[in-house]
Design a protein around this ligand. Sequence first.
Ligand code: TXA
Ligand code: MG
Length: 353
Amino acid sequence: MNTLLLKVNPLKPDAKKIEAAAQIIQRGGLVAFPTETVYGLGADALNPEAVLALFAAKKRPLDNPPIVHVADPKEVQRLVAEVPPKAQLLMDKFWPGPLTLVFKRSEIMPKVTVAGLNTVAIRMPKHPVALALIRQSRCPIAAPSANLAGKPSPTTAQHVYEDLNGRIDAIIDGGATDIGVESTVVDMSVDPPMLLRPGGTPFEALKTVLGDMKLHPFVQAEQELSSLGEIRSPGMKHKHYAPKAQVILVEGNVSAVTVKIRELAESYKVTGEKVGILATDETQTAYHADVVKSLGSRSNLSTVAQNLFRLLREVDAQNVDVIIAEGVSSDGLGLAVMNRLRKASGYHIVKAE
Ligand code: TXA
Ligand code: MG
């Protein structure tokens, strides 16, 4: 398959190119497009064959449903059984934006789109290209992140191309994404609502609106899920964000982390292994390794979120044997960053004291 590349101005996308992409969606094809979080791989959510092709292109297990994207909060009505008042509050406050809500689904949702569950995850993105594509396609768009299953999510069209060229119909290139980690997923089919995946909308911001809200134990897990009770989100049990190299995450206070990473880097060097380090602006000069990159500033975790997936890919591309990453605080976007780093490490976590 020849993958068509459509370059657009992210703020004011060319109507002809959006129309071309929308026609592909309407005939059951697959189009990757930018959202404010990461690039999504879109298909008509109400067309079961299109959604099946979506799973195949990504090599995604069929038991892990994609997020359904709408361009208008009113669209939710026909996709869900009911909109609980608390969900309405969150939609009013945070949509369009990086927040996905899980509802009891309606009968019109095809089984494959919801992976056989009785719920559906829905979000209204903020990115002008995403909104234009959904409107022009005249259907809700099922869109998981546009990476091969298990790889870091794509924050540029180039990342999508590396993973999916030849496997999908088109890529709309709208430049690098703004937030860099995926949307926050909150289950509204239970009360109190439960945060299933931390992301672009901070937990603290959701709590100020909802008051009572739970954090699924998996969100801050430091080990495999099996010991943590019920799996609420199918994505929890699959391998994620994993580069080719082994990732080691070092957590603790900054000075202890720096000392520990220097020690670890030295021990790998002795055995002849190629070492990459993901540091922060504050610590980067403390390290000597084959590759050292800064994720961003510890005092501005949104920059760390923005750079995270790109740097995991970049360091991996240098064919290092091991990537040692610094942990950051779990405040604000830090909760999403730490969740992704822990998963990327396969829970290979070292506590520095
Ligand atoms: O920012 C994002 O959310 C991006 C962009 C493209 O919008 N999309 C994204 O989709 O990250 P995906 O498919 O990679 O992640 C969707 C997550 C998975 O962890 C999945 O298990 C969960 O949402 N999910 C989907 N439907 C669900 C449901 N009915 N109940 C619980 N979790 C669900
Ligand atoms: Mg994903």
